[in-house]
Design a protein around this ligand. Structure first.
Ligand code: SF4
Length: 242
């Protein structure tokens, strides 16, 4: 019987600088041969797949070191190799640890495109005043105060991000299908996809999630159409069966 509680940890042992208090397996080098690392990960994944076959992967965690220094191509290659060797859960969670100094919007879009859906960032405080208070209390090193920097990532509303609408709708749908113990979510038809793209989504992502969850939390297509019509107006309901 396949076990769905199977997670894979992928270690990236490189950082931009070595923090003086750090005991992790992390190293600073002038250049990392990412192609060589992709091949090494591929060989290691194949080796473990031969040792532990017939498992369902529920999560992948990229830890380090500083995995946000990995080229997105390397992250994508690892995820693809894992998907090629094992079956993965519909609601698989793929996390990448990030050091705030290496957070960059474009790079993170590429991680997301590769399949990463969760970022793990360690935070001491969310504003300068709190951080200085922690340092004054001896709970944060004073010499690090001026070495931290944060990039603010502004996310526009969903209706301005057409490229995100179908992937998000699909992700919400397969999560819901998984909760309902359905083996498969077959996807949206062409006209339903078109309606999803044309809808104005005034309530942003939470409205979309509510719409998809409510519509799929039914066992037949007809309640799906009725619920979708109530939540979105007529366009999706009219086209959802196509
Ligand atoms: S960034 Fe993290 S892993 Fe890297 S040296 Fe500092 S504490 Fe260690």
């Amino acid at each position: 019987m396949p076990d769905s509680g199977f997670g894979i940890y992928v270690h990236w042992p490189f950082c931009q600088a070595k923090c003086p208090y750090c005991d992790f397996n992390s190293h600073v080098v002038a250049r990392v041969d990412q192609a060589a690392w992709r091949e090494s990960y591929r060989a290691e994944i194949a080796r473990h797949a031969a040792l532990i076959p017939d498992r369902v992967v529920g999560s992948i965690f990229f830890g380090g070191g500083t995995p946000s220094l990995m080229e997105p191509e390397t992250v994508a290659s690892v995820i693809d190799d894992i998907r090629a060797q094992w079956r993965v859960a519909n609601d698989i969670e793929i996390t990448l640890e990030a050091n705030p100094t290496s957070v960059e919007a474009a790079r993170f879009r590429a991680y997301h495109a590769a399949g990463v859906d969760r970022v793990s960032i360690g935070v001491q405080a969310l504003n300068d005043a709190d951080l200085r208070r922690l340092a004054a209390d001896g709970r944060f090193r004073r010499d690090l105060l001026d070495r931290l920097a944060f990039d603010v990532i502004t996310v526009p509303p969903l209706r301005e991000r057409l490229e995100d609408i179908l992937p998000l709708a699909y992700a919400f749908a397969i999560n819901m299908a998984s909760e309902l113990k359905r083996e498969l979510f077959a996807g949206f038809g062409a006209r339903a996809s078109s309606s999803l793209l044309q809808h104005d989504w005034p309530g942003n992502i939470s409205e979309m999630r509510q719409c998809i969850v409510s519509a799929l939390d039914k066992s037949t297509l007809q309640p799906f159409l009725v619920e979708a019509q109530r939540l979105m107006g007529k366009s999706l309901a009219r086209n959802a069966s196509s």
